[in-house]
Design a protein around this ligand. Structure first.
Ligand SMILES: [Zn+2]
Length: 266
């Protein structure tokens, strides 16, 4: 039924999207000739030659609203919207992670203030991703070619306590192993964060940002332009971790999605 409705929406709306039924935590391409902007999940769309990327939040249930604004032949600005059906992401829901007890103990007020301040920094970097023009033209690459040890979206218990879903992809590596940036961009944020450990955030433009957590060292500074595949840090075990690995995250504005989606972009 939902599928039939979506099919009808595809016909009557002035835009289409691919894939027709995206999964939770993925990217879609919205095609709308003449569109100047739009929004999905509260994030603005950046149209280029009639196409824009949008991210489907991991927490979306059933469907998500896509809105566009287009200029008609007579100059009038016309809004369009449709509900895109969203399929459930099937991932392990009960991963067990062991970490130092300080990561599961109730934070004292000083630690709570630190965690809040770090959340503001990362949210601010996410919002600023929309102000950066597109800086990449080649395909995205994986920051390490090693084995994947935890998937995006898995549910987790840390030290037996239920925590949120896993908003990134974990890639294996010993301490000191190279971490390469997934594509050309500008370094937006570098710091040593309570949960993320030593982290590098990179803006790629048009709302896209990639994140590299738990490093032993960061080799870049805020404002640096980085080329695709450039060494930006070394694998480590800083922050809330079981052992050394790279946590690779991807965001469209403030919406986290599966980083492997980037590897499929044309
Ligand atoms: Zn992770």
């Amino acid at each position: 039924m939902l599928w039939l409705l979506a099919g009808a929406a595809l016909c009557v709306q002035d835009f289409t999207w691919q894939p027709a039924t995206p999964r939770q935590g993925t990217l879609i391409v919205v095609s709308a000739p003449g569109a100047i902007t739009g929004q999905v999940a509260g994030e603005p769309l950046h149209f280029r030659d009639g196409k824009a990327l949008a991210a489907i939040p991991l927490t979306t249930s059933d469907s998500i609203r896509v809105q566009t604004l287009s200029i008609r032949w007579d100059g009038a600005v016309i809004g369009h919207s449709a509900f895109v059906p969203v399929a459930e992401r099937k991932v392990p829901v009960n991963e067990q992670v062991r970490a130092d007890d300080r990561y599961t103990a109730a934070p004292d007020s000083a630690l709570e203030a630190r965690i809040d301040a770090e959340r503001v920094l990362s949210r601010d970097a996410a919002r600023r991703a929309h102000m950066v023009p597109r800086l990449w033209s080649q395909p995205f690459i994986r920051p390490r070619s090693a084995r994947i040890t935890s998937l995006f979206g898995s549910g987790r218990q840390v030290n037996g306590v239920w925590r949120t879903r896993h908003y990134g992809l974990d890639i294996a590596g010993p301490k000191g192993a190279p971490v390469r940036v997934a594509n050309r961009g500008v370094v937006a944020l570098v710091g040593h964060f309570f949960y993320g450990g030593i982290s590098v955030y990179v803006h790629h433009g048009d709302g896209l940002m990639t994140v590299y957590h738990h490093l032993s060292r960061a080799l870049v500074a805020v404002g640096d332009t980085v080329e695709r595949g450039q060494l930006i840090g070394k694998v480590g075990a800083t922050g809330r971790v079981t052992g050394p690995h790279l946590h690779w995250g991807a965001q469209y504005g403030t919406v986290s999605f599966d980083p492997t989606e980037l590897l499929k972009l044309p």
